[in-house]
Ligand binder design. Structure first.
Ligand code: NDP
Length: 338
């Protein structure tokens, strides 16, 4: 198998030197196992966290270990009755061309619902993150106003569209005019603000203008300037679903961030409910998510965009680009033919 391993831990922003491509011989397949060839690898911001040796909700990737990642794959050989040859499966096989699995954490994908790559996108981890974050964590109600950060990304693009199905006023924040244009024209956002074109003060005012009744829910994925601009616009008893803080993942901007007392005061005086969540705690809701959202994706009521890098060898560069906002839509890598 061709694999990409963690060569060294990044100091600040990761670079290509932190990755290495290797050829590995897979162990012989045992009873109860199956061999897959990977077709799609998903690149996600959480992988930045796995590169650090810091204590977190998940273990770090070891130096020399295969980079973690969600994949869509085809079963090539099988000694497991639940996973016959030819089945398409979704599992965390990592940045690799092939893998052997015992089926733990692997699910069979129905290629009839939507393109199989969506099993790691709108109908996979990012999709359910959007759905749980909006409904259970953000407690979004019909007619309310929501701000969605990273508005056109894998998670954000789904949050915005789901919020529209609840007749909410939906305000996106995204990087660049093209992304904002897409958010409004294709995803149905009422307004989309370009965080690259506005400083914190201007962004605060632009959100105030876009939300005449204030903001009830903030779907937080980025931290930084966007968070600072949303906070003073939150309504009393508003909710913040803390999904991510990508602008701070590699340490930039932390020293200039708003002091904690100002943030704390905002939470107190506005009686905000701020709740962090990690989607792994909510995977028991996956069947319910598929039953409700699968048909919306299947018949095109919910749309999605993928940014595709060609070949496993290009995964590191695509990953670095994504961390800086270079992806337009869900970042995927085509590892094998569909
Ligand atoms: P995206 O497809 O949204 O890609 C990341 C996006 O982040 C970029 O395209 C860019 O969008 C934005 N971004 C990067 N740097 C900055 C910055 N400095 N300021 C503002 N925006 C920035 O990724 P995902 O949808 O996969 O993930 C979105 C967030 O959700 C991440 O924070 C991720 O960690 C989190 N997440 C959390 C989960 C959980 O369980 N809690 C599960 C899945 C994801 P733009 O160009 O528009 O700025």
């Amino acid at each position: 198998a061709t694999q990409i391993v963690l060569a060294s831990r990044p100091k600040g922003s990761p670079t290509l030197e932190n990755f290495r491509t290797e050829t590995a011989t897979l162990p012989a397949m045992k009873d109860g196992e199956f061999l897959v060839r990977v077709i799609w690898l998903s690149l996600d911001p959480y992988m930045r966290g796995r590169m650090d040796d810091a204590k977190s909700y998940a273990k770090a990737v070891e130096i020399g270990g295969v980079m973690e990642g969600g994949t869509v794959a085809e079963v090539m050989e099988s000694k497991h009755e639940g996973f016959p040859v030819g089945k398409i499966v979704a599992g965390a096989f990592g940045w690799t061309s092939h893998a052997i699995s015992n089926g733990e954490g692997v699910r069979i994908v129905d290629p009839g619902i939507a393109p199989i790559s969506t099993a790691q996108g709108v109908l996979g981890m990012p999709g359910i993150t959007a759905w749980v974050g909006l409904n259970d964590i953000g407690r979004a109600k019909d007619g309310e106003t929501i701000v969605v950060s990273a508005a056109t990304g894998a998670v954000g693009g789904m949050v915005g569209q789901l919020a529209k199905t609840k007749n909410m006023r939906v305000i996106g924040v995204a990087g660049g005019a093209d992304k904002c244009d897409y958010a409004v024209k294709e995803l149905g956002y009422d307004v989309c603000l370009d965080h690259r074109a506005l400083d914190a003060k201007a962004l605060t005012q632009a959100i105030a203008d876009a939300a005449p009744n204030g903001v009830d829910v903030y779907f937080e994925s980025v931290g930084g300037k966007t968070l600072e601009a949303v906070l003073p616009n939150m309504n009393t008893f508003g909710r913040i679903a803390v999904c991510g803080m990508i602008s701070w993942y590699s340490g930039q901007g932390i020293a200039e961030a708003q002091p904690l007392p100002a943030v704390w005061r905002n939470i107190l005086t506005r009686r905000l409910l701020v709740e962090g969540f990690i989607i792994f705690d909510h995977f028991e809701k996956f069947p319910d998510f598929m039953a409700k959202v699968g048909p919306l994706v299947g018949d095109g009521r919910i749309t999605f965009k993928e940014d595709i890098a060609e070949g496993l060898e290009n995964a590191p560069q695509a990953f670095l680009d994504m961390l800086g906002g270079g992806n337009f839509g869900k970042q995927m890598v085509r590892v094998g033919t569909d």
